[in-house]
Design a protein around this ligand. Structure first.
Ligand code: ADP
Ligand code: SF4
Ligand code: MG
Length: 336
């Protein structure tokens, strides 16, 4: 029998706790399951990297935390955020959720242009975010916006605050989004592929900025990326998703040094390192990620796995402890 679930408001170190999250989209007679059996925690001040190929369910998981899933989606399970008591965010009343969003929990996305209003000065957009959570004057909210732009390392923030989004480069727009995300001093920042649309140099600068803000404000982060190399730079712990399931989670160094799940092992073999000989082609995982309507009932990786045994196809395997704090959803490799 599984352990009874204890909400994170009873653990001082745990900030966010997700238990048994399932997200479905209606599609004909049977809904499509985008994610199932998602369990993880983010501790205060910690960065959890959520990694997985496109379509594995990273964004829908983060949108469920913010309660920003499209209206046709249905989510079940439990999401607890320390600071709002034992309530489940999935059923929290809309007004309480609105207060939480953009204050204690904030989010940045891959494409800042879609989140910014093109006809409003960036400073005013940030000032508006301040006033949405705090009854301060326009002047005070503007000053805080300029201060946040400065914290996001935007040169000449007083002038830039008066710019419209199209006057800024992609990197600067992402800094504006970061300024907006931190202006109300959140405890948790959800960053969904925040550097994917940027070139490598700007990407490195944004990662440095996030690391600095984390240090400065003790910010916890759920850092989402399809790119293992990027996740390895920022995360303390890493969670790996495959076809809607969380297949492995553990301390970053252990996941990279001693991965336990066959999918994580394959994923790591397909990432070049300095030690990879140039003449040797990179390993690939045979087969392809199943589309949502064809995800197996059992282990989602079963059709592609070289270690499979008949029982793998029967039911989704549980997360099994490999070492303390390191779990993998594969009973077979853990047995050997
Ligand atoms: N609005 C939607 N309607 C139907 N299916 C969706 C919708 N949004 C996402 N999905 C499906 O949910 C799955 C997970 O998507 P997503 O979380 O965006 O993946 P990721 O962020 O890991 O690339 C995908 O198969 C995607 O097609
Ligand atoms: S549970 Fe079975 S199919 Fe899935 S990864 Fe482990 S060995 Fe492979
Ligand atoms: Mg995504």
């Amino acid at each position: 029998m599984s352990e009874p679930h204890v909400p994170c408001c009873y653990h001082v170190h745990v900030l966010l706790q997700i238990h048994d999250l399932k997200i479905e989209f209606p599609a004909g007679p049977r809904p499509l399951t985008a994610v199932r059996n998602i369990d993880f925690e983010v501790e205060r001040g910690q960065v959890l990297g959520l990694v997985g190929e496109s379509g594995s369910g990273k964004s829908v998981t983060s949108l469920a935390i913010m309660r920003l899933l499209p209206p046709q989606a249905s989510a079940s399970g439990e999401i607890h955020f320390n600071g709002v008591g034992p309530q489940n965010l999935l059923t929290l009343e809309s007004e309480s959720m609105r207060q939480l969003r953009g204050s204690k929990i904030s989010m940045i996305f891959q494409e800042p242009m879609t989140a910014l209003n093109p006809v409003m000065r960036v400073g005013e957009q940030i000032a508006e975010a301040v006033r949405a959570h705090d009854s301060v004057s326009r002047k005070e909210s503007w000053n805080r916006a300029v201060e946040a732009l400065k914290e996001a390392a935007i040169p000449d923030p007083v002038t830039r605050a008066r710019d419209y989004p199209h006057q800024l480069s992609g990197g600067m727009r992402q800094r504006v989004m970061i300024a907006m995300a931190i202006v109300n001093r959140p405890e948790l920042l959800i960053a969904d592929e925040p550097t994917t649309a940027l070139d490598v140099t700007i990407q490195a600068q944004i990662l440095d900025l996030l690391a600095e803000l984390r240090r400065k404000f003790g910010l916890a982060m759920l850092f989402i990326s399809h790119d293992l190399a990027v996740v390895s730079k920022v995360a303390d712990r890493v969670a790996v998703m495959y076809a809607g399931s969380l297949v492995e989670i553990g301390p970053r160094d252990e996941i990279f040094r001693a991965p336990a799940h066959p999918y994580t092992c394959g994923l790591l073999r397909s990432v070049p390192t300095l030690a990879t000989p140039r003449e040797r082609p990179l390993a690939t995982i045979e087969g392809t990620v199943p589309p949502l309507h064809a995800v197996p009932t059992g282990c989602p990786f079963e059709p592609r796995c070289g270690y499979r045994i008949p029982e793998c196809a029967r039911a989704l395997p549980p997360l099994i402890e490999v070492t303390p704090g390191h779990q993998a959803r594969c009973p077979v490799v853990n047995r050997t």
